[in-house]
Design a protein around this ligand. Structure first.
Ligand SMILES: [Zn+2]
Length: 282
């Protein structure tokens, strides 16, 4: 049980995305979760775990993030370095109601056993397998969303994992495809559990995710409302964007985005289609 007041304090301390996933683990809607935490924040992480009656385990490595343009300094890709007593920086923490689970998660993660790690976090087997296979393909150097999602037809907002860099996302894994039934089922359960914890938070999240998204690997990512549909749309209101990015200077209200066969055109700029998608999440 996570009360509305406790959830509000979690959002204040950890931001909405981490608060949401910790709360979902606390109500056992998810078996476990993993976060990157600065070493200075470890005492706070232990306090939070106690408040939520969760067990916590701390990773043995220092985590170095690789941030990408236009993603709010957020990084989906991190690399590990051995932790030394004088090391500063961030480490992973693992949270679950059961101690053996957090200990096992840390071991699996540090052994790079992606398939078993994903399964222990409750991700669907099809997505875990697709992710584990992707790790050994040279194609994984590409953005996982660009690899897995086509944008010809609307996609359920449940599966919008483009806006995690803006702390918006229901799922913590990359679905194997925009039609992945197990991911849709899992997202529906997570949304129901989140709505029981905080109806206003859950409603806000659904509004933030049911948007148009321009997802690029060069310029960054943005969520916005549009007029028009199909091949040509006109930006109405930008909802999520990295204000320090070039994309923020390009994607202004009134700008027309056109999807061609080989390119996506934003105003006067053309991006090759392999490097950008224009998603409509409904
Ligand atoms: Zn799947």
């Amino acid at each position: 049980m996570v009360s509305g007041d406790l959830f509000t304090s979690l959002v204040g301390a950890w931001g909405p995305y981490r608060a949401q996933h910790m709360a979902l683990v606390a109500v056992e809607a998810r078996p476990a979760c993993r976060f990157k935490v600065h070493r200075d924040d470890l005492p706070a992480a232990f306090r939070t775990a106690r408040q939520l009656s969760l067990e916590i385990s701390v990773g043995h490595d220092t985590i170095e993030s690789r941030s990408m343009e236009g993603r709010n300094r957020y990084s989906e890709w991190c690399s590990r370095r051995p932790l030394r007593p004088a090391s500063r920086g961030s480490v992973y923490v693992y949270l679950s109601p059961r101690l053996p689970t957090v200990q096992r998660l840390r071991r699996l993660d540090e052994a790079d056993d992606n398939a078993a790690f994903g399964a222990a976090l409750g991700y669907p087997p099809c997505c875990t397998q697709s992710f584990a296979e992707g790790m050994i393909e040279p194609a994984f150097t590409r953005d996982p969303v660009l690899n897995r999602y086509e944008d010809e037809r609307p996609i359920s907002w449940y599966l919008n994992v483009s806006l995690v860099c803006f702390q918006l996302g229901l799922l913590a894994h990359f679905p194997c495809s925009p039609a992945c039934e197990p991911s849709l089922g899992l997202a529906a359960e997570l949304f129901k559990a989140l709505y029981n914890i905080s109806p206003s938070f859950a409603t806000g999240l659904s509004l933030g995710l049911a948007t148009w998204v321009l997802h690029t690997d060069w310029l960054g990512i943005a969520g916005f409302r549009c007029t028009g549909s199909g091949q040509t749309v006109s930006v109405q209101e930008v909802l999520a964007i990295d204000q320090d990015s070039d994309l923020a200077r390009l994607l202004l209200p009134g700008v027309v985005i056109e999807r061609g066969e080989k390119t996506i055109r934003i105003g006067e700029i053309e991006i090759p289609a392999g490097h950008a998608r224009l998603f409509r999440f409904l």
